[in-house]
Design a binder for this molecule. Structure first.
Ligand code: HEM
Length: 478
């Protein structure tokens, strides 16, 4: 007994010593490593001024040219390492993802809600992500095809005969689709309107300077955020009371019905933060990409005719729109699919993402110090001529062959990659189908410069005049 006790103590001490020596050796090795090349700019300010005084993509591209695929800088009060190679992006987002945690400004976390899944990387993240993925799985989306189509046609009808900002119209479309995913068909018009009114106030404040003085957009957004929470609490209460009646599993049902092994449920604040989070993640992203698609189609009449021919074949096989689009049809639109992929690449609306190193990390002989921000630069990878020839040219045919691994990441990669990619594409297929088969459109004014809201979109959100095509008007309209 005494002997086995001594062996145990000895083994534990030996293990502790071994770990200590290993950590010390690693620490020494790490200290020997160099920081990546690059400039940290002025004390405190770093290179923030340079970043904001020019297009951020020009800022990144110029440093990439000067220093290579990994470089350091200091922006917005943080030391950062920027990575512009597919392997480096994979290392941060996939293979060594445990060493890099998601990080967002405090004000954004406050506005969306601290329990939203993007702010976590533990079991809680995995649990919420599973629920979100289930409600966005192909089986769930199949059930939504018809309703998403209805949403797209209603939006187009409301645009008919007007000049409107494409981005604003697409924001409404993406919001309505987000509501469908979350609440299914179980939300009254009145509830939807009050959610929408408050959500749009929060949205404005999210992108404003975060000062909580009365009258500022930020302070109005904080108040609207509170009202959103109250409305969501009422909806959850009602849903719990008639839980058994809802047979189709929308995201709210998945959240409300979830129980762990001990029978614990998600708390109301966890559910509402994630609902607001999904609405945020779904809206401006999809709306910006749709706006770019309209621009790219407008810029290339030959491509527009080809997409129209592909969609007309489906339209006619559906009795000129008398039968609805099917899931299978949305899976077989090869040219439209390539146009969507090329638009995602060209626009790269999420040009980079942020992580923070939770330990000192070595990459290609460089040190990424613990606590530094780490930014994989998706846009620079998507616009690198090594992977995409003539990268500034819109050429959908380049996607006739699959891109090289980790060179196409419009939806990110790894544990935090976008669970909404399929629904975003379904929304795009539906919208493009009805746009090109039943409407004509023209861009009003010049649209060659870009603005940020917060993602890049053509100037003024791309004002477009839209009207019913002659063949639809003549046939009485479908
Ligand atoms: C074209 C449209 C979209 C684009 C380009 C896009 C892009 C992205 C990207 C790049 C990420 C990963 C961010 C990171 O790693 O830091 C992400 C995450 C996410 N997206 Fe999307 N997204 C789109 C539409 C949607 C839609 C429609 C939904 C939901 C209905 C959605 C829900 C989410 C969620 C919940 C996350 C966080 C996942 C996690 O942290 O585990 N997105 N998206």
């Amino acid at each position: 007994m005494e002997i086995s006790c001594s062996i145990m103590i000895f083994t534990s001490l030996a293990l502790a010593l071994f770990s200590y020596l290993l950590i010390r050796k690693r620490g020494k090795q790490m200290r020997k490593l160099r920081l990546p090349p690059g400039s940290m700019g002025l004390p405190y300010i770093g290179e923030t001024f340079q970043l904001y005084s020019q297009d951020p993509n020009v800022f990144f591209a110029s440093r990439l040219k000067r220093y290579g695929e990994i470089f350091k800088t200091h922006v917005l009060g943080y030391p950062c390492v920027l990575l512009a190679s597919p392997e480096a992006a994979r290392m941060v987002l996939v293979s060594e993802a445990h060493l890099f945690k998601p990080t967002y400004p405090r004000s954004k976390e406050q506005m969306i809600g601290p329990w939203a899944l993007f702010f976590h990387q533990d079991d809680y993240h995995a649990r919420i992500r599973k629920l979100v993925q289930a409600s966005l799985s192909p089986e769930s989306l199949r059930r939504l095809v018809h309703q998403i189509e209805g949403t797209a046609t209603a939006i187009l009808r409301s645009w008919d005969g007007h000049v409107l900002s494409t981005f604003q119209v697409m924001k409404k479309l993406s919001f309505d689709v987000g509501i469908l995913v979350i609440f299914g068909r179980h939300l009254s018009e009145q509830r939807k309107n009050s959610l929408e009114n408050n959500y749009f106030i929060v949205d404005k404040g999210y992108n404003s300077f975060p000062t909580n003085f009365p009258g500022t957009l930020f302070s109005k957004a904080i108040k609207a955020r509170k009202r959103l929470r109250e409305i969501l609490n009422e909806i959850m209460k009602e849903r719990r009371e008639r839980e058994a009646v809802v047979e189709e599993k929308d995201l709210l049902s998945c959240f409300v019905e979830w129980r762990d092994e001990k029978g614990e449920q998600l708390r109301d604040e966890q559910i509402s933060d994630n609902i607001i989070g999904v609405l945020f993640a779904a809206q401006d992203t999809t709306a910006s990409v749709l706006t770019w698609i309209v621009k790219y189609l407008n810029d290339d009449p030959k491509l527009l005719m080809e997409v129209k021919a592909e969609q007309m074949a489906i339209y006619e096989s559906n009795g000129c729109g008398r039968q609805p689009l099917t899931w299978a049809q949305t899976r077989s639109m090869p040219l439209t699919n390539r146009v969507i992929m090329e638009s995602l690449r060209m626009a790269s609306i999420i040009s980079f993402t942020f992580r923070e190193a939770v330990a000192d990390v070595e990459y290609k002989g460089y040190l990424i110090p613990k606590g530094w921000k780490v930014m994989p630069l998706f846009r620079n990878i998507h616009h690198n001529s090594e992977f995409y020839s003539d990268p500034e040219k819109f050429d959908s045919s380049r996607f006739e062959v699959s891109p090289k691994p980790n060179t196409f990441m419009p939806f990110g990669n790894g544990v935090h990659s976008c669970p909404g990619n399929e629904i975003a594409k379904l929304e795009m297929f539906s919208f493009i189908h009805h746009l090109v088969t039943q409407y004509r459109f023209e861009v009003v004014g010049s649209h060659n410069s870009v603005e940020y809201s917060p993602f890049p979109v053509p100037k003024h959100g791309l004002p477009v005049r839209l009207w019913r095509a002659e063949h639809i008007r003549d046939s009485g309209g479908q």
